[in-house]
Design a protein around this ligand. Sequence first.
Ligand SMILES: Nc1ncnc2c1ncn2[C@@H]1O[C@H](COP(=O)(O)OP(=O)(O)O)[C@@H](O)[C@H]1O
Ligand SMILES: [Mg+2]
Length: 410
Amino acid sequence: MDGGMQKRTILFVAGSIETVPAVKLANEMGLHTVVSDGNPNAACFDIADDRIVADTYNVSQSLQQAMAYHRTVRPIDGVICVASDVPLTVATIAQALGLQGISVTAAKLASDKLAMKERFVRDGVRVPWFTQVHSAASLKEVVAQKEILLIIKPVDSRGARGVIRLLRNVDLDWAYQQARAHSPTGRVMVEEFIEGPQVSTETLMLNGWAHTPGFSDRNYSLLEKYAPFVIEDGGDLPSNLPAEVQDKIRTLVQKAAISMGVVHGVVKGDIVVRDGEPMVIELAARLSGGYFCTHEIPMNTGVDLLGAAIRVALNEVVAPEELTPRFMKCISQRYLFPKEGRVVAIEGVASVSKRPGMEFVEIKVKPGDIIGKMESHPARAGLVIASGDTRAQAMERAAQAVQDIVVKVE
Ligand SMILES: Nc1ncnc2c1ncn2[C@@H]1O[C@H](COP(=O)(O)OP(=O)(O)O)[C@@H](O)[C@H]1O
Ligand SMILES: [Mg+2]
């Protein structure tokens, strides 16, 4: 026992490279940090105070290890996940240790797109038309009946893996197999593909009220290039959507979070807008990846959403005012999409990083790595985040930066 007050302890379930800034922040907040990850070389293991090696998708294994740590090393005061979609593991640990957290029921809804959307329909939360498909044959029947563009996806995956637009030239047997292969439970659904602007939201629910400082227009300018896969190329903040549409999105997120059962905690929304009316594509019960919560939101608004979410996980009080944007700085994020092949050199990073407004550059590949087909988000090779005096300037800087960082392949 040390004489003074013991540091409070936070457990991060999953500690990949995108979680590093969150663990660093928790360290700066004076917390004792523990990271659990199945990968013994997880990026966060270098900076955490303690490490637990456990498969983050294996709920019972993660729970056992967390409980053993809690009993024998030091008591855990809060549990959270950042940039990894493991709400069920987090909720189960929180429940078992008597910590603040969303219910296991809510976490299950967040982990199952079909159950989530059925709940949303029940509660009048607008979603695209959807149905489960049990075979390629039943998929063909649905496609024949519906005269709308459909999108197929695994019920329980992430990162756009196995998400395919069913354009005319797409082989339906192949699409079904692709989606099914990415579902751990072998379940597949189709939805109406909604044309229109897409938005990422990130919200901290406080006692039933949604506070949404995270609001980004997603960039899908590469949609046709990588068709039929659905590849996002970053986003731009603040949103360009009319104020009334933004208000409708905030109201929709509020309603969706309550419908899912998240009254106190984080929800991350994928929203699409058609004819000025938003719909929920999905609502995740975790903090975002892609450096949205760690970089883009604080740069854009001055709001420390991540710190606030960590404090909520520790059952500390967060005032709603803390989540009100303090300013609106223009931020643009774009990804690197090298050609397929083996990486032989990466050029331009140092000089691009020094440019005005260049806030963040990350290269995820190194010489010798193989760049494969661009079929899901983890395949993107790196990213830049730029700021500017105007949206146009931030976007121009980010676009120029990804052009001038050259990933040479052979
Ligand atoms: N019904 C839809 N209409 C329009 N775009 C969609 C629809 N469903 C999915 N998408 C696009 O595909 C992306 C990935 O699908 P999503 O359901 O969010 O799965 P994941 O869990 O892999 O993120 C979404 O972010 C969105 O851009
Ligand atoms: Mg999504």
